[in-house]
Design a protein around this ligand. Structure first.
Ligand code: UDX
Length: 453
């Protein structure tokens, strides 16, 4: 099938590369010429493990362009995967989405094209996008645009850092449309993934127990709501364990044991129960805010989702409170942050806990040093105004510091030889924001080990 993808961010690029890999002819469009030139040269503008390898393998089916007139007329399916960044009110900015819809309408020429919302868009956006496309198409043609296109929603569930695995071996695929023909085309498009008939790439092997992928084929509004409900549920699962973590600390329980004990109940499940500093990233914060904003348009309150957001903010404050308890005064202290990305295996800093914690520390007069295996260049570009001192190694970061805060659970931080580093620190205090270190071992080595819960 001929596929056009509008937007080459995490979602658009991963989707485009994966669809090309399974055999479709894909044209990725972005209005940013420098991005397209880099991609044409085989370079990925984001850090995502194995995306560049897969792009090399899928190259013969993959092209990149800035031109709508090249991308749209021959496409059977057009994915809209442009950014929908949050606004101050919590509702997403739909400017890029509306521009994309307008340009698609201006260039549609096929007999029937499916236009798919892949970006996380507010519920009802399918209809809205359809109206923009129709108006632009009718203006160009000077006649009614009946039957020229169908609108669908195909929410994306990929996680950064493991985006290829999540796309090739998903738990489920959700497609939603009010037109049967659009659903049939999307079913055909995803058939190799649903049936798992494509050869697995060697660098991201197929999980051994991977069977056929369930398909949820539904109406437009349900597909749109599934995306928000899934992200909100995951976010509140994390906030729930963090809330229980606060109580665990008071009663002397170990939250890791509690999480294990409840997670083994198959009705609950053990994933997304890791307590710690809380969630960041481009989705959970934005989507929970948008869900609350959409509900309020209908006069509805979402107290559970709001509470999940509140608990998540509290986790950040908790870091500062713990440091204050330990060090009494933060003014003039040096605090080392290990990890800047919002999670390991990405350089994404959107809503990263590290950024917020650094800001809170600096407001209180602390000096902040930081390290990240991948995200330092990006931090330098996007947050240099904060005044955080970036250090090339863990050793240099912890030197002369009054406390270390482990913010992101990169593998290399699990393997640090803390005993060897202790003499370089002003005081051997470790605040483990992800509960991944061996507290007993660190205590025996003379550290003051503090867990986040
Ligand atoms: C999320 C969803 O998982 C994905 O389905 C959706 O498409 C996009 O949003 P992503 O933001 O890439 O994916 O990362 P995810 O692995 O979900 O982690 C989000 C945040 O939650 C991270 O900051 C992570 O550190 C935190 N987290 C995750 C926890 O604090 N505890 C956990 O148990 C799991």
């Amino acid at each position: 099938m001929n596929v056009a993808i509008i937007g080459t961010g995490y979602v658009g690029l991963t989707t485009g590369v994966c669809l090309a890999y399974i055999g479709h002819s894909v044209l990725c469009l972005d209005t940013d010429l420098s991005k397209i030139e880099a991609l044409q040269a085989g370079k990925i503008p984001i850090y995502e493990p194995h995306l560049e390898d897969l792009l090399a393998e899928a190259q013969r089916n993959l092209r990149f362009t800035t031109s709508y007139s090249e991308a749209i007329p021959d496409a059977d399916v057009v994915f809209i995967a442009v950014g929908t960044p949050p606004t101050a009110s919590g509702s997403p900015n739909l400017e890029y989405l509306s521009q994309a819809a307008q340009s698609i309408g201006e260039h549609l020429a096929g007999e029937f094209t499916v236009i798919v919302n892949k970006s996380t868009v507010p519920i009802g956006s399918g209809n809205w996008v359809g109206a923009i496309v129709r108006r632009a198409l009718e203006q160009r043609q000077g006649r009614k645009a009946n039957g020229a296109f169908g609108i669908a929603s195909n929410p994306e569930f990929l996680r950064e850092g493991v985006a290829i695995g999540d796309s090739l071996y998903p738990d489920r695929i959700v497609i939603g449309s009010d037109e049967e023909r659009a659903l049939e085309i999307l079913y055909t498009l995803y058939r190799p993934v649903l049936d798992q008939t494509f050869p697995a790439p060697v660098f991201v092997p197929r999980p051994e127990d991977k069977g056929a992928v369930p398909l949820v084929s539904t109406d437009l509004a349900s597909a749109e709501l599934i995306k928000y409900a899934a992200n909100a549920f995951l976010a509140l699962k994390i906030s729930f364990i963090n809330e229980i973590g606060q109580l665990a600390e008071r009663v002397g329980a170990d939250i890791r044991e509690v999480a294990r004990g409840i997670g083994l109940d198959s009705r609950i499940g053990s994933r997304f129960l890791s307590a710690g500093i809380g969630w960041g990233g481009s989705c959970f914060g934005k989507d929970t805010a948008a869900l609350v904003a959409t509900a309020s348009e209908y006069g509805l309150k979402m107290p559970i989702v709001e509470a999940a957001r509140e608990v998540n903010c509290r986790q950040r404050d908790h870091v500062i409170e713990k440091l204050l308890q330990e060090l009494k005064i933060l003014k003039g202290r040096t605090i080392a942050l290990l990890g800047l990305a919002f999670k390991p295996n990405t350089d994404d800093l959107r809503e990263s806990p590290a950024v917020e914690i650094a800001q809170k520390l600096m407001v209180r007069g602390a000096r902040v040093k930081a390290h990240d295996p991948i995200a330092m260049d990006r931090f330098q570009r996007e947050h240099c105004h904060l005044g955080v001192e970036l250090c090339p190694t863990v050793e240099a970061t912890v030197e002369e510091c009054d406390a270390v805060v482990l913010v992101t659970e990169w593998t290399e931080y699990r393997e640090v030889d803390w005993e060897a580093l202790a003499p370089a620190m002003r005081s051997p205090v470790i605040l483990d924001g992800r509960l991944i270190l061996d507290g007993d071992k660190l205590s025996r080595a003379g550290f003051r080990y503090i867990g986040i819960n």
